[in-house]
Ligand binder design. Structure first.
Ligand code: PLP
Length: 397
């Protein structure tokens, strides 16, 4: 059994704050500050450029990729870190499209995060030749997978509502129709059990600064199924994805396996923070995290529905159909969230009307759930949100 009191002690959480936004930016693992300081002072400071060899910086993208792989059911040697998620979406899509050359359609859904859709549109524009993005409602994805679809690009857990797609089922459907399946795990990795190998996913991508707690700007990851590892051609063919980067050949030859999905110089300081964050994950079993996440989200929904009748549940009621977040709708959602944040309960707002709360068992328990419900009830009962200063939109919501 996972000791959640012990995992919680590994995070620095400001006093007086109930943090329900680890789905957007995970909090600071206590050990990360010292780990980053050591990388700065003892490695960068003392070793200078020799750190790439002596401190193992060059191996970090694959070494830490393997540690993330264990959390998402990936085979060893199939995950590598680098860049941001938007870039990794582009890379996965471009390689997958090239592997299905007789088809032109990328299928996604309207619940996907806009950046994924924008990257797909940009890629289609660059490719020309009839390539296009087709977007359907989330519940229509399965029926829309037909013989025209080259690649499905689905985010498993909807960033707004928390609705979860059935990865195994949609992947099987894609394969039956002759399409490849690209999965975005932004709201899955570290949130719910994922079994990429079991589901037969072709490509997957995700970020580390949400549930994995690597800190702002932490690198993304990409997974390529072993059966495609030597066939997938990288569209972003940077030097560190080359078979022999330090041969400085004028011609590109893809590196071995997942190494080819590297692009350029990796973010060493961010990876140091991620390494400390992953040490906490070594203390946790994903099945325990999931069970506790469900208990916490069920408790939150019951509490809010009893105390705040003006809020409408936007997440699936069945816990098996949602990730590790709960969302409610209200036309004044933005102002309500600002009033909550002013009182130390941090969630976030997603346009047009979604109040979003992430539940992260590594550091959130029943007391935080009950505390958040009590503050939300107070804000709603007294219309405490109805103040001009809560209605001015900040740049980041
Ligand atoms: C958070 C998120 C992103 C963010 O992409 P970055 O390039 O890391 O800014 C992209 N896609 C999805 C589905 C997300 O949830």
């Amino acid at each position: 059994m996972t000791d959640f009191a012990a995992t919680r002690a590994r995070f620095q959480l400001p006093a007086g704050v109930i943090y329900l936004d680890g789905n957007s930016l995970g909090p600071l693992p206590v050990a990360a500050a010292a780990r980053v300081a050591r990388t700065v002072e003892a490695e960068w400071g003392e070793m200078l450029i020799t750190g790439w060899n002596k401190a193992g910086w060059m191996e970090m993208p694959a070494r830490l990729g393997d540690r993330i792989g264990r959390l998402i059911g990936a085979e060893p040697g199939t995950v590598v870190l680098g860049d941001t998620l938007s870039i990794k979406v582009y890379q996965a899509l471009a390689s997958a499209l090239e592997m299905n050359p007789s088809r032109r359609v990328i299928l996604s859904d309207s619940g996907n995060f806009p950046s994924d859709l924008y990257m797909a549109e940009g890629l289609c524009r660059t490719l020309g030749d009839g390539y296009r993005l087709k977007t359907v409602a989330p519940e229509e994805v399965e029926a829309a997978i037909d013989e025209t679809v080259a690649v499905t690009m689905i985010t498993e857990v909807d960033y707004r509502t928390g609705r979860k797609h059935d990865m195994a089922r949609l992947t099987a459907r894609a394969h039956a129709a002759g399409a490849l399946a690209v999965w975005d795990l932004a709201h899955s990795a570290g949130a719910i059990p994922v079994d990429l190998a079991g589901a037969g996913a072709d490509f997957a991508v995700g970020c580390t600064y949400k549930y994995l707690n690597s800190g702002p700007g932490g690198p993304a990851f990409i997974y390529v199924a072993p059966r495609h590892a030597e066939a997938a051609r990288p569209a972003l063919s940077g030097w560190l994805g080359h078979e022999a980067p330090f041969a400085f050949d004028l011609n590109y030859r893809p590196g071995r396996g997942i190494e080819r999905m590297r692009v350029g110089t990796p973010p060493v300081l961010q990876m140091a923070a991620l390494e400390a964050a992953l040490d906490v994950w070594d203390m946790a079993a994903m099945a325990d995290v999931r069970a506790r996440s469900i208990a916490l989200t069920e408790r939150f929904i019951a509490g809010v529905e009893a105390a705040c009748p003006a809020l409408t549940l936007a997440s699936p009621r069945n816990p098996a159909e949602r990730g590790s977040q709960v969302s409610f709708r209200h036309p004044e959602g933005y102002a309500i969230m600002q009033a909550l944040i002013a009182r130390g309960v941090i969630g976030d707002f997603r346009a047009p009307d979604i109040l979003r709360f992430g539940f992260t068992p590594l550091y959130i328990g029943e007391a935080e759930v009950d505390g958040a419900v009590a503050v939300l009830a107070e804000v709603m009962d007294g219309a405490l949100w109805d103040r001009p200063e809560y209605k001015t939109r900040a740049r980041v919501t």
